[in-house]
Design a protein around this ligand. Structure first.
Ligand SMILES: NC(=O)c1ccc[n+]([C@@H]2O[C@H](COP(=O)([O-])OP(=O)(O)OC[C@H]3O[C@@H](n4cnc5c(N)ncnc54)[C@H](OP(=O)(O)O)[C@@H]3O)[C@@H](O)[C@H]2O)c1
Length: 237
């Protein structure tokens, strides 16, 4: 059983994997969830992480994940809800059930995990523990091609407020709202150009800027109920 562990969802690739590696670099006990088996996850396990395979797109999958976390953790110092499904509205038109899958991953899973893990977050040795939701800065502007995705992330940001109120003063609850952080391999040159123009700072920063925001929230004892944009000044455009 791990004590004072950090639970990170969706840690098998890209931003989640970067955060998982940094948590282990700091010598912190880590429980990481993944959906797709990958060498990256085996590497995290070889470094000491406990890896839980979990599909968070259904109620049963969420319940199984919670049960596994409770099996492995005596206490948690933080939960980072990073897992995400990035599906556009053209996809949802062809696969309507996947809107529900996004709602499960972005809303139901954080909701159920936060409630079920409250005793573990209160059982840690630190005076304060943390929940960090990873949202999307596009929630504030909307997105002509990702209405379902943005609606589900907006619901996550609203959960943030309710959990911050409910869990104060012992558990801080915050959201990080990234803008463009890391392109996907399949992104076209036109899309990349358009996304770069959506931030005042105008470059692809990589995962480290989100990790810096996570560290900031973990280290600061007086921020709760906040949504921190990490988006290169998107509101200035
Ligand atoms: N990258 C950006 O520029 C950007 C911009 C705005 C917001 N964000 C937010 O930042 C976070 C990380 O972004 P990212 O680009 O690294 O995301 P990503 O590449 O899409 O990875 C998301 C992770 O979520 C997991 N996941 C997907 N569906 C799942 C399911 N049904 N059950 C359990 N896990 C599931 C995936 O697991 P497997 O790989 O194991 O299948 C994957 O590791 C996300 O919350 C995203 O919304 C990112």
């Amino acid at each position: 059983m791990l004590h004072d562990a950090i639970l990170l969802t969706g840690g098998g690739q890209r931003l989640g994997l970067y955060h998982a590696e940094r948590i282990l670099d700091h010598g912190r006990p880590l429980i990481v969830t993944y959906r797709t088996p990958r060498p990256s996850v085996e590497h995290l396990v070889s470094r000491g992480a406990i890896a839980i395979q979990a599909d968070l797109s259904s109620t049963d999958g969420i319940a199984a994940c919670i049960q596994a976390v409770q099996t492995h953790a005596a206490s948690l110092c933080a939960i980072i809800h990073n897992a995400s499904l990035w599906l556009d509205d053209a996809h949802i038109a062809q696969h309507p059930a996947d809107f529900s899958a996004m709602l499960h991953v972005h809303v139901h899973a954080p909701y159920a995990i936060n409630l079920a893990c409250e005793p573990l977050l209160r059982a840690g040795t630190a005076h304060l523990s943390d929940i960090i939701h990873i949202s999307d800065t596009g929630v504030r502007s909307g997105d002509a091609h990702h209405a379902a995705y943005m609606a589900s992330k907006a619901a996550l940001e609203n959960l943030n407020l309710s959990f911050a109120a409910r869990f104060a003063p012992h558990i801080k609850v915050n959201t990080i709202a990234p803008g463009l952080i890391l392109f996907n391999d399949a992104d076209t040159a036109d899309y990349r150009q358009q996304r770069l123009q959506q931030s005042a700072l105008g470059f692809e920063p990589g995962a480290h800027v989100v990790w810096q925001a996570i560290e900031c929230l973990l280290n600061n004892p007086y921020i709760t109920g906040a949504t921190l944009p990490v988006d290169g000044g998107r509101h200035l455009i």
